[in-house]
Design a protein around this ligand. Sequence first.
Ligand code: PMP
Length: 431
Amino acid sequence: MSDLLARHRAVMPNWMALYYERPIEIVSGKGVRVTDAEGNTYLDFFAGIITNILGYDVEEVRQAVERQLATGVVHTSTAYLLRGQVELAEKIVALSGIKDAKVFFVNSGTEANETALLLATYARKSNQVLAMRQSYHGRSFGAIGVTANRSWKNNAYTPLTVHFLHGGDRHLPQFAHLSDADFIKVCTEDLRHVLATATGGDVAALIAEPIQGVGGFTMPPDGLYAAYKEVLDEYGALFISDEVQTGWGRTGQSFFGIHNHGVTPDIMTFAKGLGNGFAVGGVVARGDLMDAPHATGLSTFGGNPIAMAAANATLDYILDHDLQSNAARQGALLLDGLKEAAPRLPVVGAVRGKGLMFAVELVEPGTGEPSPPLAAAVMEETRKRGLLVGKGGLYGNVIRMAPPLTITEEDAREGLGILIDSLEAVSEAAK
Ligand code: PMP
């Protein structure tokens, strides 16, 4: 064990998951590549878990942050007017598609979801919430309460009453015989049943990830959430879209993932990529919902000047360079390449994704059982070959990838090659 790892184990909690048999210490980064303390350089297809949406050391973001630092104001009270907040909120309101929207900034996805749940439960005077099976929304009492992923669920003594819906679990064998249209019908009938029988109808909201991130990039067919929204509207229940992973053009198809379903939600939450590595999160919601609670006050660091400088520069960069289109282009190249290779890779159970959010499910050859050890083996192989990827899924058997939206075709092809070579090596060893 390295000295740093031993020191980490001594003073950090046991449940902090570290990737790899020999965990990596990243010491520098440029573009889509990072370098570790041993001097190894990697293509980063996980982009610091989706945070580095533009990659590392981006000139425009660095200059924006340096300009703010040079003013001497790293932080000041958010009880003063902050120009960066107003400018960023105006852009997000316009992009959200939500009518008369308002924005509140926080520091993380967890806090954003907590705020969204607060707004919805307050507006509806109900602690009943619907969420999706296999979901992940964060680590606070509310956010973990609407999470349905056993790896994160242990300490969920949540104050909310939560019912979990089908949709993101489209890929499960019990739904294989259904067409997408029939699946949507079955799920929608189930939603009606839950509303009518389990809740008494006074539900505050549904919270959903358009593509389930931690769940292993699983997703319902396009159109499911439009069908859900229709039913929710009948009951006056609100729709919260958790865009922490799917926002900012990531899916290629739309700027926010929920727009792929033709749905305009009442509330959207965001974090991760917006600051290109700086901690920033927020909620964009219908103005009437946002204005309703009194005395919820401020977030001390939410919307701070440095985060706002980074986020404004990042969002401008995404829009100026039309990175949504690049996500669609490079995402298609990567997904098609993986789908083409899959039939000759017996450890690959499924390949799925949208835009620059794509995943490979690892299974035991022959039985098709989810295989966390094979996923771990793929991670070790890709690392050896110079590619960083992520892991997820209910069983920890899904390799998840979400490269920076700036990735070039050349880098995409290089990463794809490494990934396929690694899957071949693991397939060979599993024979
Ligand atoms: N929502 C989703 C969809 C996420 O993927 C995450 C983080 N993995 C969160 C919320 C929580 O975000 P944070 O870790 O910034 O609190």
